[in-house]
Design a protein around this ligand. Structure first.
Ligand code: C5P
Length: 421
């Protein structure tokens, strides 16, 4: 592989290699050999499951060091306590990182030596995930990966390809030389810097796609201090953007004024009015998927330059003009993404209105939800959605907005995958 491992590139570097229980553990033997050939000192820690695949003796022979596997070993603790073991390294590498290790590490569990070291360390951790494609794409694993990523961990892989279980897709552990290259990069960087391009999460269901999401309300100025707004919190749109980013997409969010932090892993542009939102969306295109989750104000006032004063003539009257329809304009525009998704927030005749909207706006899907009083959808944590397309209506149960987002992203991946194949 080009550019990998000039001789002794890891001279005197200390790598703590945690080997999880997956068939890819056999590749970690080669990893140890290659790290040592570059001058690194490698200490190996195995989980109980790892020892079902490869014997500790194989690692002892290659690392020329004892292998650690027991949290409660009195001898090991006396020789080198587990805290020291985790700190006495320049980098922790988990290869293969199984779904189980990722889940435990994301939760901060420490029920064996491997996970205890991950919790006790003050060093960068590099994960090389390896698992079945469904396990990798499962929202739970993607959530764990994004939690660890947010905590500062780096990832190399997984790669897309044939799997030991006979399936095909993302989930293969990176090759030893790719992991060596990631280790060299990690050891060159200031440990506090975020992962550089190519060393963040790969292999998600929307890998390589650009997704644009609008979220939140718009504010339409009446004068320099007053505006027209609505009750949208942006929670659903932000959750969709975060879920798309976890699935590997490059995500651009165009957000109206909300009280939420920017969704993790996305590039967020903040706007106030519908016209600004349209301009920002157009600037973000082209994209593969457009999700219009914002509650865009339908009308705006012609704003006064100065604050309107309370006068003797009573209340002023506002003359309203229609705002541009962002969803319709993207759907029918020259840069139309392959999948365009709108929302329909209604208080009655939900499905009929959603079907009309699908035709009128020219989009591919409408996520319809009942926002009548008592549902608590606007601003709340839960949502009950119906997915309306030309093929029919899917009724989803009442779910947390994050779970609606995960489901929607999974459906978008399916639809765009079907369209591409
Ligand atoms: O027309 P209505 O507001 O009911 O349609 C809702 C859908 O259209 C949502 O997806 C919303 O984001 C989008 N929309 C828009 N621009 C507007 C009005 C609505 O993109 N001006």
């Amino acid at each position: 592989m080009a550019g990998v491992g000039c001789a002794r590139s890891l001279e005197a570097k200390r790598v703590l290699l945690i080997v999880g229980g997956g068939i890819a553990a056999y590749k970690s033997l080669d990893l140890v050999r290659r790290l040592r050939a570059r001058g690194a000192r490698v200490r190996v820690v195995m989980t109980a499951a790892a020892k079902e695949f490869v014997t500790p003796l194989a690692f002892v022979s290659l690392a020329n060091e004892k292998v650690y596997d027991d949290l409660f070993s009195a001898t090991d603790e006396q020789e080198m306590g587990h805290i020291q073991l985790s700190r006495d390294a320049d980098l922790l590498v988990v290869a293969p990182a199984t779904a189980h290790i990722l889940a435990r590490a994301a939760r901060g569990l420490c029920d064996d030596l491997a996970t205890t070291l991950l919790l006790a360390t003050d060093k960068r951790v590099l994960y090389a995930p390896a698992m079945n494609v469904r396990m990798w794409l499962h929202p739970a694993t993607q959530r764990n990966v994004s939690t660890l990523h947010g905590d500062g961990a780096w990832f190399v892989g997984p790669n897309v390809g044939d799997m030991a279980c006979g399936e095909y897709g993302p989930g293969r552990m990176s090759e030893p030389l790719e992991i060596v290259q990631a280790i060299e990069t990690a050891l060159k960087q200031d440990t506090l810097l975020p992962a550089p391009e190519g060393l963040s999460i790969r292999g998600g269901a929307l890998e390589g796609l650009h997704v644009v999401v609008t979220s939140g309300p718009t504010h339409e100025p009446i004068d320099p201090v007053r505006y027209i707004a609505n009750r949208s919190s942006g929670r659903q749109g932000h959750a969709i953007a975060a879920a798309a980013a976890r699935a590997g997409a490059r995500v651009t969010v165009i957000s109206g004024p909300v009280a939420l932090p920017d969704p993790p892993g996305c590039e967020t542009t903040h706007i106030e009015s519908a016209r600004d939102m349209l301009a920002a969306v157009n600037a973000a295109l082209p994209a593969d998927i457009f999700v219009a989750a914002a509650a865009v104000a339908d009308w705006r006032a012609e704003p006064a330059v100065d604050k309107i004063k309370k006068g003797e003539r009573g209340a002023p009257s506002l003359s309203l003009v229609e705002n541009p329809d962002i969803l319709a304009s993207v759907s029918r525009g020259p840069n139309r993404p392959r999948l365009v998704v709108g929302f329909a927030a209604e208080t009655r005749d939900l499905i009929r209105h959603a079907q009309e909207k699908l035709a009128r706006k020219g989009c591919d899907l409408i996520v319809a939800n009942d926002v009548s009083e008592g549902t608590g959808v606007f601003g709340g944590a839960m949502n009950q959605a119906h997915l309306v397309s030309r093929a029919g209506v899917e009724d989803w149960p009442r779910l947390r907005k994050e779970d609606v987002a995960e489901r929607l992203v999974a459906r978008l991946a399916q639809l765009i995958g079907g369209e591409m194949s």
